[in-house]
Design a protein around this ligand. Sequence first.
Ligand code: AMP
Length: 260
Amino acid sequence: MAESTKELTEDGAKVTTVATDENATAAPPVEPGARTIIILFGPPGSGKGTQAPRIVDALGTPQLSTGDMLRAAVAAGTEVGKKADEVMKSGALVDDDLVAAIIKDRIAADDCKGGFLLDGFPRTVGQAEKLDAILKETNESVSMVLRLCVPDEDLEARICGRWIHQASGRSYHATNKKPKSLPDGAEPSAENMLDDETNEPLMQRKDDTKEALVERLKGYHEMTTPLLDHYKAVVKEVDAAKAPAEIGPQIDELVAPYKK
Ligand code: AMP
């Protein structure tokens, strides 16, 4: 049987990941007509936002990012946004009930009829239990947890150089993926960091700082990593420390069985 293992350092401990060729042969545990429910899982800066559109294109299901939804609520000044604003700036997690309620409403929408891709939710075992209970009401369960594995030491450089085009979610990097507008050798700024397609200004997230990353990673390791045990029957792993061009094909293979 084609099987191999590789090791990544995480939490100071070695984790063994299963080779993608074995992952790819796993049969999807779905009945015809059932919704495909995928959780995109990984630490901040692991590339969830970059890879999500690929899955959206392949499966035709929407990407539901609780981070995006909360940022929109903050920008709109809603009650939810007011509650979440300070917590988000510090890099801590907002309340389980609040995010679960947002997701419960969202997955009832028409565009989720074929399934949906969860990005950044659930983030605690409590949230996973709430999601399970919500899905149980319709006799559903999570189809796959797609885990993007990146060692902690790679994340700071990815996060702290990140610039985003808010309207499209397109992500750039001050050194690794520069927009065309940034002249060689120039310091990145709001004036010279513009989206390649629209020429609109890019923005940096308030929590994409070294200080907030420490808190975000602490939360990830303490509260989010235990979800891997909760969902162990459906976790598939991708080595996301590689260049984006190498990560995409691994993801394509894993989602291919869910194409309808
Ligand atoms: P993200 O864009 O996924 O990195 O999320 C940005 C911030 O939004 C996080 O650092 C949290 O403060 C908050 N957030 C997003 N999703 C969740 C969630 N599922 N549970 C709690 N807080 C969340």
